[in-house]
Design a protein around this ligand. Sequence first.
Ligand code: FPP
Length: 248
Amino acid sequence: MQSIDPAKLPRHVGIIMDGNGRWAKQRFRNRIFGHEEGANSVREVARCCRKLEIPYLTLYAFSKENWQRPKSEVSALWSLLDRFLESELPEMVDKEIRLRHLGDPEGIPEDVLARLRKAIDETSGFDKLTLSLAINYGGRQEILLAARKFAQDVQEGRHLPEDLTDEVFSSYLFTADYPDPDLIIRTGGEYRVSNFLLWQLAYAELYTSQLLWPDFREEQFMEALVDYQGRERRFGKTGDQLKSDSTD
Ligand code: FPP
Protein backbone atom coordinates (compact mmCIF):
# COMPACT_ATOMS: atom_id res chain seq x y z
CA MET A 1 0.00 0.00 0.00
CA GLN A 2 1.16 3.54 -0.76
CA SER A 3 2.15 5.58 2.25
CA ILE A 4 0.16 8.42 3.68
CA ASP A 5 1.35 11.99 3.14
CA PRO A 6 0.82 13.72 6.51
CA ALA A 7 0.60 17.09 4.76
CA LYS A 8 -2.42 16.01 2.72
CA LEU A 9 -4.64 14.43 5.33
CA PRO A 10 -8.31 15.38 5.50
CA ARG A 11 -9.16 17.64 8.43
CA HIS A 12 -12.61 16.17 8.81
CA VAL A 13 -13.75 12.67 7.90
CA GLY A 14 -17.41 11.63 8.07
CA ILE A 15 -18.45 7.98 7.96
CA ILE A 16 -21.74 6.31 7.13
CA MET A 17 -21.22 2.96 8.83
CA ASP A 18 -23.35 0.52 6.89
CA GLY A 19 -23.51 -3.26 6.72
CA ASN A 20 -23.61 -4.44 10.33
CA GLY A 21 -26.81 -6.41 9.79
CA ARG A 22 -25.54 -8.17 6.66
CA TRP A 23 -22.25 -8.97 8.38
CA ALA A 24 -24.15 -10.72 11.15
CA LYS A 25 -26.50 -12.48 8.74
CA GLN A 26 -23.54 -13.94 6.83
CA ARG A 27 -22.54 -15.54 10.14
CA PHE A 28 -26.08 -16.75 10.96
CA ARG A 29 -26.21 -14.40 13.94
CA ASN A 30 -28.71 -11.70 14.85
CA ARG A 31 -28.25 -8.12 13.67
CA ILE A 32 -27.18 -6.94 17.12
CA PHE A 33 -24.09 -9.11 16.87
CA GLY A 34 -23.16 -7.09 13.78
CA HIS A 35 -23.64 -3.79 15.60
CA GLU A 36 -21.48 -5.04 18.49
CA GLU A 37 -18.70 -5.89 16.07
CA GLY A 38 -19.26 -2.53 14.36
CA ALA A 39 -18.44 -0.83 17.65
CA ASN A 40 -14.97 -2.42 17.43
CA SER A 41 -14.48 -0.79 14.03
CA VAL A 42 -15.53 2.54 15.57
CA ARG A 43 -12.83 2.19 18.21
CA GLU A 44 -10.17 1.22 15.69
CA VAL A 45 -10.92 4.00 13.21
CA ALA A 46 -11.09 6.61 15.99
CA ARG A 47 -7.71 5.46 17.33
CA CYS A 48 -6.31 5.70 13.84
CA CYS A 49 -7.53 9.32 13.43
CA ARG A 50 -6.03 10.20 16.78
CA LYS A 51 -2.70 8.63 15.78
CA LEU A 52 -2.62 10.42 12.42
CA GLU A 53 -3.75 13.70 13.98
CA ILE A 54 -6.87 13.99 11.86
CA PRO A 55 -8.71 16.55 13.99
CA TYR A 56 -12.38 15.73 13.24
CA LEU A 57 -14.13 12.39 12.86
CA THR A 58 -17.91 12.29 12.57
CA LEU A 59 -19.76 8.97 12.70
CA TYR A 60 -23.37 8.35 11.74
CA ALA A 61 -24.48 6.19 14.67
CA PHE A 62 -28.27 6.56 14.69
CA SER A 63 -30.33 8.38 12.11
CA LYS A 64 -33.79 9.87 12.47
CA GLU A 65 -34.89 7.10 10.10
CA ASN A 66 -33.45 4.33 12.30
CA TRP A 67 -36.49 4.64 14.62
CA GLN A 68 -38.39 2.65 12.01
CA ARG A 69 -36.37 -0.50 12.75
CA PRO A 70 -37.82 -3.27 14.94
CA LYS A 71 -38.18 -2.11 18.55
CA SER A 72 -35.82 -4.80 19.78
CA GLU A 73 -33.05 -3.61 17.44
CA VAL A 74 -33.58 0.04 18.38
CA SER A 75 -33.32 -0.72 22.08
CA ALA A 76 -30.27 -2.94 21.54
CA LEU A 77 -28.61 -0.05 19.66
CA TRP A 78 -29.28 2.30 22.59
CA SER A 79 -27.93 -0.21 25.03
CA LEU A 80 -24.79 -0.68 22.88
CA LEU A 81 -24.23 3.07 22.68
CA ASP A 82 -24.67 3.39 26.42
CA ARG A 83 -22.11 0.65 27.10
CA PHE A 84 -19.73 2.04 24.51
CA LEU A 85 -19.82 5.53 26.03
CA GLU A 86 -19.16 4.09 29.46
CA SER A 87 -16.33 1.79 28.42
CA GLU A 88 -14.56 4.25 26.12
CA LEU A 89 -14.67 7.37 28.28
CA PRO A 90 -11.40 6.62 30.14
CA GLU A 91 -9.53 6.20 26.84
CA MET A 92 -11.08 9.38 25.45
CA VAL A 93 -9.88 11.27 28.51
CA ASP A 94 -6.47 9.63 28.37
CA LYS A 95 -6.01 10.45 24.69
CA GLU A 96 -7.54 13.92 25.02
CA ILE A 97 -10.37 13.18 22.63
CA ARG A 98 -13.34 15.51 22.71
CA LEU A 99 -16.72 13.86 22.29
CA ARG A 100 -19.57 15.79 20.73
CA HIS A 101 -23.11 15.03 19.71
CA LEU A 102 -24.78 16.06 16.47
CA GLY A 103 -28.52 15.63 16.43
CA ASP A 104 -31.72 16.04 18.33
CA PRO A 105 -31.44 15.22 22.05
CA GLU A 106 -35.21 14.84 22.25
CA GLY A 107 -36.19 11.22 21.90
CA ILE A 108 -32.86 9.77 23.00
CA PRO A 109 -33.52 7.57 26.06
CA GLU A 110 -32.80 9.44 29.31
CA ASP A 111 -30.03 7.12 30.50
CA VAL A 112 -28.18 7.25 27.17
CA LEU A 113 -28.56 11.02 27.04
CA ALA A 114 -27.19 11.34 30.56
CA ARG A 115 -24.22 9.15 29.66
CA LEU A 116 -23.65 11.13 26.48
CA ARG A 117 -23.78 14.46 28.33
CA LYS A 118 -21.37 13.20 30.97
CA ALA A 119 -18.85 12.11 28.33
CA ILE A 120 -19.29 15.41 26.46
CA ASP A 121 -18.73 17.39 29.69
CA GLU A 122 -15.72 15.39 30.81
CA THR A 123 -13.98 15.72 27.46
CA SER A 124 -14.99 19.29 26.64
CA GLY A 125 -11.52 20.70 27.32
CA PHE A 126 -9.76 18.44 24.81
CA ASP A 127 -8.91 19.11 21.20
CA LYS A 128 -6.61 16.37 19.90
CA LEU A 129 -9.52 14.75 18.08
CA THR A 130 -13.13 15.87 18.00
CA LEU A 131 -15.12 12.67 17.78
CA SER A 132 -18.71 13.48 16.89
CA LEU A 133 -21.49 10.97 17.06
CA ALA A 134 -24.49 11.78 14.89
CA ILE A 135 -27.27 10.33 17.02
CA ASN A 136 -30.95 10.91 16.33
CA TYR A 137 -29.56 12.98 13.47
CA GLY A 138 -30.95 13.97 10.10
CA GLY A 139 -29.34 16.42 7.67
CA ARG A 140 -32.63 17.95 6.54
CA GLN A 141 -33.81 18.37 10.11
CA GLU A 142 -30.52 20.08 10.95
CA ILE A 143 -30.97 22.50 8.05
CA LEU A 144 -34.57 23.24 9.01
CA LEU A 145 -33.58 23.88 12.61
CA ALA A 146 -30.86 26.28 11.45
CA ALA A 147 -33.31 28.08 9.15
CA ARG A 148 -35.80 28.43 11.99
CA LYS A 149 -33.18 29.82 14.36
CA PHE A 150 -32.03 32.34 11.77
CA ALA A 151 -35.63 33.38 11.08
CA GLN A 152 -36.11 33.88 14.81
CA ASP A 153 -32.99 36.06 14.97
CA VAL A 154 -34.34 38.14 12.10
CA GLN A 155 -37.70 38.47 13.81
CA GLU A 156 -36.06 39.59 17.03
CA GLY A 157 -33.79 42.08 15.27
CA ARG A 158 -30.44 40.33 15.71
CA HIS A 159 -30.01 39.81 11.95
CA LEU A 160 -31.22 41.19 8.64
CA PRO A 161 -32.31 38.69 5.95
CA GLU A 162 -29.44 39.87 3.74
CA ASP A 163 -26.91 38.88 6.42
CA LEU A 164 -27.42 35.27 5.41
CA THR A 165 -24.25 33.95 3.74
CA ASP A 166 -22.75 30.45 3.58
CA GLU A 167 -20.71 31.21 6.69
CA VAL A 168 -23.60 32.67 8.66
CA PHE A 169 -25.85 29.73 7.79
CA SER A 170 -23.11 27.24 8.73
CA SER A 171 -22.86 28.90 12.13
CA TYR A 172 -26.46 27.83 12.88
CA LEU A 173 -25.74 24.13 12.29
CA PHE A 174 -24.71 21.56 14.92
CA THR A 175 -21.26 21.70 13.28
CA ALA A 176 -20.98 25.50 13.66
CA ASP A 177 -17.30 25.53 14.54
CA TYR A 178 -16.17 22.50 12.50
CA PRO A 179 -14.41 22.53 9.17
CA ASP A 180 -16.58 20.99 6.44
CA PRO A 181 -15.85 17.30 5.88
CA ASP A 182 -13.15 16.70 3.27
CA LEU A 183 -13.91 13.03 2.99
CA ILE A 184 -17.12 11.06 3.42
CA ILE A 185 -16.76 7.29 3.61
CA ARG A 186 -19.66 4.90 3.19
CA THR A 187 -19.27 1.19 3.74
CA GLY A 188 -21.66 -1.59 2.79
CA GLY A 189 -21.59 -1.09 -0.97
CA GLU A 190 -24.38 1.49 -1.25
CA TYR A 191 -24.05 4.82 -3.03
CA ARG A 192 -26.32 7.06 -0.99
CA VAL A 193 -25.77 9.98 1.39
CA SER A 194 -28.78 9.00 3.53
CA ASN A 195 -29.48 12.43 5.03
CA PHE A 196 -25.95 12.73 6.47
CA LEU A 197 -24.30 16.18 6.75
CA LEU A 198 -26.23 17.40 3.72
CA TRP A 199 -25.15 21.03 3.92
CA GLN A 200 -21.59 20.31 5.02
CA LEU A 201 -20.69 17.75 2.35
CA ALA A 202 -20.92 20.23 -0.54
CA TYR A 203 -17.27 19.81 -1.57
CA ALA A 204 -16.44 16.53 0.17
CA GLU A 205 -14.78 13.67 -1.65
CA LEU A 206 -16.94 10.55 -1.51
CA TYR A 207 -15.40 7.13 -0.95
CA THR A 208 -17.52 4.02 -1.00
CA SER A 209 -16.36 0.62 0.14
CA GLN A 210 -17.95 -2.72 -0.66
CA LEU A 211 -16.86 -3.95 2.74
CA LEU A 212 -19.36 -4.24 5.55
CA TRP A 213 -18.67 -1.90 8.47
CA PRO A 214 -17.43 -4.57 10.95
CA ASP A 215 -14.75 -5.48 8.36
CA PHE A 216 -13.65 -1.88 7.93
CA ARG A 217 -10.65 -1.49 10.20
CA GLU A 218 -7.38 0.45 10.33
CA GLU A 219 -6.00 -1.03 7.12
CA GLN A 220 -9.16 -0.25 5.15
CA PHE A 221 -9.34 3.26 6.61
CA MET A 222 -5.73 3.85 5.53
CA GLU A 223 -6.65 2.68 2.02
CA ALA A 224 -9.46 5.24 1.95
CA LEU A 225 -7.00 7.95 2.97
CA VAL A 226 -4.54 6.95 0.25
CA ASP A 227 -7.37 7.08 -2.27
CA TYR A 228 -8.39 10.52 -0.98
CA GLN A 229 -4.84 11.78 -1.32
CA GLY A 230 -4.89 10.81 -4.97
CA ARG A 231 -7.94 12.97 -5.70
CA GLU A 232 -7.69 16.39 -7.28
CA ARG A 233 -9.90 18.70 -5.26
CA ARG A 234 -11.07 21.38 -7.64
CA PHE A 235 -13.78 23.29 -5.78
CA GLY A 236 -15.32 24.24 -9.13
CA LYS A 237 -12.04 25.31 -10.77
CA THR A 238 -10.34 23.64 -13.75
CA GLY A 239 -7.36 21.34 -13.26
CA ASP A 240 -5.13 23.88 -15.08
CA GLN A 241 -6.22 26.71 -12.79
CA LEU A 242 -5.27 24.61 -9.77
CA LYS A 243 -1.81 23.98 -11.21
CA SER A 244 -1.25 27.69 -11.78
CA ASP A 245 -2.62 28.52 -8.27
CA SER A 246 0.01 26.28 -6.74
CA THR A 247 2.80 28.02 -8.65
CA ASP A 248 1.56 31.56 -7.88
C1 FPP B 1 -25.87 0.32 9.73
O1 FPP B 1 -25.83 -1.08 9.55
C2 FPP B 1 -25.49 0.72 11.05
C3 FPP B 1 -26.30 1.36 11.93
C4 FPP B 1 -27.68 1.73 11.70
C5 FPP B 1 -25.84 1.75 13.25
C6 FPP B 1 -24.43 2.15 13.39
C7 FPP B 1 -24.02 1.65 14.68
C8 FPP B 1 -22.86 1.07 14.97
C9 FPP B 1 -21.71 0.96 14.08
C10 FPP B 1 -22.76 0.47 16.29
C11 FPP B 1 -21.94 1.11 17.27
C12 FPP B 1 -21.76 2.57 17.17
C13 FPP B 1 -21.13 3.24 18.12
C14 FPP B 1 -20.88 4.69 17.98
C15 FPP B 1 -20.69 2.56 19.33
P1 FPP B 1 -27.17 -1.79 9.09
O2 FPP B 1 -27.79 -2.31 10.31
O3 FPP B 1 -28.02 -0.86 8.30
O4 FPP B 1 -26.62 -2.92 8.19
P2 FPP B 1 -27.35 -3.63 6.96
O5 FPP B 1 -27.47 -2.59 5.87
O6 FPP B 1 -26.42 -4.72 6.60
O7 FPP B 1 -28.68 -4.10 7.45
